[in-house]
Design a protein around this ligand. Sequence first.
Ligand SMILES: Cc1cc2nc3c(=O)[nH]c(=O)nc-3n(C[C@H](O)[C@H](O)[C@H](O)COP(=O)(O)OP(=O)(O)OC[C@H]3O[C@@H](n4cnc5c(N)ncnc54)[C@H](O)[C@@H]3O)c2cc1C
Length: 307
Amino acid sequence: MAFSGNATGLDSSVSQVANMDLTSLYEANPYAVVAAVGATAAILPLSTMLLGRTSKPPPPFLTQQWQSLPLVSSQQESHNVQRLTFALLHKQQLLGLPAGQCIKVKATTAKGAELVQAFNPISTDDTPGEVVLLVKAYPEGHPQHDMAKALSSMRKGDKIEIKGPFGSFKYQPGRYKAIGLLAGGMGVTPMINLSHVILKNPNDKVKLRLMFAANSVDDLVLKQHLDSLAAGYYGKFKSFYVVNEAPEEGHHLSLGLLDKEMVAKYLNTPPSDDVLIVLCGPPAFRADMDSVLSKLGYTNVVVIDDM
Ligand SMILES: Cc1cc2nc3c(=O)[nH]c(=O)nc-3n(C[C@H](O)[C@H](O)[C@H](O)COP(=O)(O)OP(=O)(O)OC[C@H]3O[C@@H](n4cnc5c(N)ncnc54)[C@H](O)[C@@H]3O)c2cc1C
């Protein structure tokens, strides 16, 4: 909710009332004085309250207590991923999620069961007033099926609850010269948020190298956006894609699973104290990458996994 327009209007009406010559006005019309004083008394506290809110931004939304948020829009992002946008309390409010950390989301199934799962919003402080989640649909029986179904069946105005932040990783700007972001499937979500925060900080010169492994080219969610980051932040951000299924002609993607040779080639930076690797993806991908990274000698490895 924006207060500035109303507050300015109230401010001028309050000062007009306050500047009136009440003695001469009383002589002319005593009822007007009573009305003016009454109006001033009524308006002043309200004005002070509203003006007070405009002068400092609302506190960040997230706390360690569950708080509810309404769904404002739901769009199909890809063949099996939905983009859900939820509104914070005020248009200027920030979520308050440090880069690399996640939130917990509580949703209710059609049968009334409560589900809780970790999510990495892809929205940042650049778009205050909202939280954007990507939610992948899974087949029945998959551990994430019920939550994905509960979220994707929500209608405008339906509410989820969230709390946070969670996660042991806290990004320190300026601490690293290169960061390898290894993402398997939806494990790309924390990488998107982290990349945005780093790229918009001109003082942070760290080089980001994203390696994104997915089943097919259609599963490379937000690929176009990632390509635009690579073009816009030339040299600072590069993205490499690996898919299991042979892509159609015209796509220059690596085929197979992300392996030791690809990681060494794409990262193109030997292990050192100022090189960090961030890893997120399905358990088999994490285990595989853990072994690849230790063979290559990388020890600064942050794994974003279930808490
Ligand atoms: C903190 C946290 C936050 C999360 N946030 C979100 C969120 O915001 N939205 C969301 O939808 N999910 C989220 N998740 C869920 C999680 O990211 C995904 O469930 C997980 O990454 C699997 O994604 P997927 O199903 O797309 O992977 P899959 O499609 O199963 O696999 C992706 C790729 O991994 C690679 N791979 C798989 N196995 C191997 C292997 N053995 N060796 C090498 N490569 C392999 C393959 O290239 C495969 O294509 C979150 C999880 C956590 C822990």
